[in-house]
Design a protein around this ligand. Structure first.
Ligand SMILES: NC(=O)c1ccc[n+]([C@@H]2O[C@H](COP(=O)([O-])OP(=O)(O)OC[C@H]3O[C@@H](n4cnc5c(N)ncnc54)[C@H](OP(=O)(O)O)[C@@H]3O)[C@@H](O)[C@H]2O)c1
Length: 265
């Protein structure tokens, strides 16, 4: 089994470690470095090796996952130089590009990953990017590791990760927002909060599962449940007339542009 090291043992690292432990890795295969003693104690309870020394955690690792906040990446990366040529580094930090990572790590064997929050419950969408020179074996190791908390997809252009950030990265918030407003609407129309929440959440879950397993597009599925002159059509007419499509497009564009700006700062 490969030896895996984590720099940073917070939310996303804990989720990935949990996924690895459920998928054949043992505590002996995993080392995590985190400066926070309370955090290290929690991680120790998962059975993985813990240390406050980044270089100690990464010394014998085949893959190193950088799971610190974007503003902490430079310090974490420079603390593990020099790396061995075969070691694979995967960074999940939002907005930190591979050019910066290559410079700070003095290392080219690396992958940039953009996860989203459902990864915390093993249902993430994880976008991956690497330069063309990354080996097939390294790509498949990255896919294997990140698949432990969700579905993975590789992108060929690094700038696509700004769009990924706008769609799957920020996407959970859009769906939460829709749930929130539908719960509010249900209560305005007279339902109690518990009933409104139950109806909305199960409808969201069932709809997502149906869209995922169906051979039809969401557009087709929507048409299938919209009878002429019916209730769904009455609601969808309001959404269309009020410009839902343009609002969503503007929102995604704003997120993409913000991601580009943050990547430059
Ligand atoms: N959570 C998500 O769903 C999600 C989604 C997409 C992307 N990400 C990315 O994942 C990264 C981590 O997010 P998170 O939510 O897991 O953050 P987090 O819970 O704050 O975890 C980061 C951990 O790293 C530790 N740390 C700080 N500096 C370090 C260093 N130099 N070496 C080793 N460890 C260090 C922090 O300790 P201190 O608290 O003491 O600083 C903290 O325990 C971020 O870059 C974020 O962009 C997360």
């Amino acid at each position: 089994m490969n030896k895996i090291a984590f720099l940073g043992g917070g939310n996303i690292a804990t989720a990935i470690m949990g996924g690895l432990l459920e998928n054949g890795y043992t505590g002996k295969d995993i080392w995590v470095a985190d400066p926070d003693e309370i955090q290290r104690q929690k991680l120790n309870e998962m059975g993985v090796g813990v240390t406050s020394d980044n270089a100690e955690a990464t010394a014998g690792a085949d893959a190193i996952l950088i799971c610190v906040k974007p503003g902490q990446v430079k310090m974490a990366a420079t603390s593990i130089v020099p790396l061995k040529p075969g070691q694979l580094v995967i960074s999940v930090a939002a907005g930190i590009n591979t050019t910066s990572l290559r410079t700070w790590l003095a290392h080219a064997n690396l992958v940039r990953c953009m996860p989203n929050t459902p990864a915390l419950i093993g249902e993430g969408m994880l976008a991956l990017f690497a330069e063309n020179d990354l080996s097939k074996a390294a790509r498949s190791l990255a896919t294997e590791l990140m698949s432990s908390v969700g579905e993975t997809r590789w992108f060929e252009q690094e700038h696509d990760l700004d769009t990924v950030t706008a769609i799957s990265g920020s996407g959970p918030a859009y769906f939460f927002y829709l749930m929130e407003t539908l719960i509010d609407a249900a209560m305005t129309l007279g339902l109690d909060e518990q009933s409104a929440r139950h109806l909305v959440l199960q409808t969201a879950l069932g709809t997502a599962q149906m869209a995922k397993i169906s051979p039809h597009s969401p557009a087709q599925l929507r048409q299938n449940v919209t009878s002429p002159g019916g209730t769904t059509q009455a609601a969808c007419k309001v959404l269309t007339d009020q410009g839902l499509q343009s609002i969503i497009e503007k929102a995604a564009t704003a997120a993409q542009q913000r991601s580009v700006e943050l990547g430059k700062s």
